[in-house]
Ligand binder design. Structure first.
Ligand SMILES: C[S@@+](CC[C@H](N)C(=O)[O-])C[C@H]1O[C@@H](n2cnc3c(N)ncnc32)[C@H](O)[C@@H]1O
Length: 282
């Protein structure tokens, strides 16, 4: 993110492409030639070691963004990363790819302090049997069924020390949440319905998170006038909600095809401060 100066952002809220989730395979392969090569190697000779290398390379790709996020955050700035784990059958073997723990390890190596995370519970999908998506006839017989992944993670990290404010800082006090909001938002399990995806394939491909998720995180971890970054902007949810809440916003998105969705989302929001949206093309 060369456009952004060191220490210029107070909060990062994002949801990256999820490693080992099929819908993002092409994106990772197109973004990184090494990943494309490894998939080809896997097709030719399916080896567990190659699967491991693909998983590692996907996290290396995301890791560069976490590293840049660390640089652009202020001391005391917060990073919120929405990520789901992945399950997949490779070479006939069903297994979990715990993306949340890998990202936590990488962020700690970068220098972030890990904070208690949030579990975002979504409506349950059908339990799995041998990775096939249903219990079938043996659903009541141990031991080969798997627990369903019905939570995603919202990982929380801080750069450096607690943020410092002047006593009675007016912007901070103007950004206060209510007691009811505090009690609900600062508990670990959030039950928030996922975004109902529209029929448009273009919109589905962004896998948007609901406005509610961005709204809570922005109000919990930034104050009015702050700048909120989303390095994987998708349909523009973070920017829309940041602007609605009197924050500035910067977003990065590599897929030009989602630009009309971003424009529509941000254009329809009730912007309550002077805001400028700049599109940086490379
Ligand atoms: C899970 S989606 C984000 C969804 C978003 N939270 C929303 O509400 O719409 C991830 C997005 O990251 C984009 N992306 C992937 N690699 C990127 C990169 N290196 N820089 C910027 N955007 C990237 C993808 O094109 C995709 O739109």
């Amino acid at each position: 993110m060369p456009e952004l100066a060191d220490g210029s952002v107070q909060l990062m809220v994002t949801s990256p492409p999820y490693p080992m989730i099929k819908m993002w395979d092409n994106l990772f392969a197109q973004a990184d030639a090494k990943i494309a090569e490894l998939w080809q190697k896997l097709d030719e000779n399916c080896q567990e070691e190659t699967v491991r290398q693909i998983y590692d390379a996907m996290h290396d790709y995301l890791g560069k963004v976490w590293q840049e996020t660390y640089r652009v955050l202020i001391d005391g700035g917060i990073a919120c990363i929405n990520i789901g784990d992945a399950t997949r059958t490779v070479n006939g073997k069903f297994q979990l790819f715990p993306n949340h723990s890998r990202i936590t390890e990488i962020c700690e190596k970068i220098g972030f302090t890990t904070l208690p995370y949030i579990l975002w519970k979504k409506p349950t999908t059908k339990p799995k049997y041998k990775g096939k998506g249903a219990f079938l006839g043996s659903g009541f017989l141990p031991p080969n069924a798997y627990v369903t992944l019905d939570c995603e993670f919202i990982l929380l990290f801080r750069k450096g020390n607690l943020r410092k404010f002047q006593p009675k800082d007016s912007q901070r006090y103007n950004s206060a949440f209510t007691k009811q909001q505090r009690d609900e938002w600062f508990s670990q399990i959030w039950t928030v319905k996922g975004t109902r995806q529209t029929a448009s394939q273009l919109e589905r491909r962004t896998a948007a998170f609901p406005d509610e998720i961005a709204d809570r995180l922005i109000k919990m971890f930034s104050i009015k006038g702050d700048t909120v970054l989303d390095p994987f902007l998708g349909s523009g949810t973070t920017t829309k909600i940041a602007l609605q809440n009197g924050r500035n916003s910067i977003g990065y998105e590599t897929d030009e095809k989602v630009l009309p969705i971003i424009s529509k989302k941000i254009g329809n929001s009730k912007i309550n401060m002077a805001a400028e949206v700049q599109i940086i093309k490379r």
